[in-house]
Unconditional design. Sequence first.
Length: 193
Amino acid sequence: MEGREAIVGRIIADAHEAAERKKQEAAVRADAVTSEAERCAQIRLEEARRALEREAGEKIARREIIAELDCRKRLLAARRGAIEAVFSRALELMCAMEKEKYRAVLEELLKRYAEEGDEVLLSRYAPVTENELTDCKVFAIKKLRFAGNDGAFEGGMRLSSRLCEKDLSFRALIEAKRFELEREIVAMLPAEK
C-alpha cells in the first residue's frame, strides 16, 4: 500500500507542481497581455491627444481666418462709409455755394455743354434767379431758353433739346468724376494693416 500511496502522492505532487507552473505561466502571460494592453492604451491615448491638439489647432486657425476676414469686411465698410460721407459733403457744399460762385459755375457749365437752342431747367434749390441766369453772356450767344427753376434735383441744372437731355445736376457731375475722385480719397485714407 505504501507504494501505491507513494505513487498517488507523487502524482498529486506532480499535479500540484504542474498546476503551479501553469499558474506562473498564466501570470506571466497575464502580465505580458496587461503590459501590452497598457502600452496600446497609452499609444491610443497619445494618438487621441495629438488628434485633439491638431483639431484644436485647425479650429483656432479657422477662427483666426474668419476673424481676419470679418475685420477686413468691417474696415472696408468703414472706408466705404468714409468715401460716401466725402461725396455727400461735396454735394452739400456745392449746393450751399454763395450766389455769385453758383452763378459762375452754371455759366461755365453752359459754356462747356450747352448746344444752341437748348432749354435750361434750373434746380428749385438754386440761389440764382431766372434773370441772373439769363443775363449771362453765354445765354444770349447760344440762344438758350429758360425752362423754369423747379427742377426736382438737388443743385445745378439740366439741358434739353429735341435730341437729348444733359444732366448737369451737381449729383450727376460728382458721379461722373466718382471713379477718379474715389482713388484720390482712398489714397488719403490710412493704409490697411
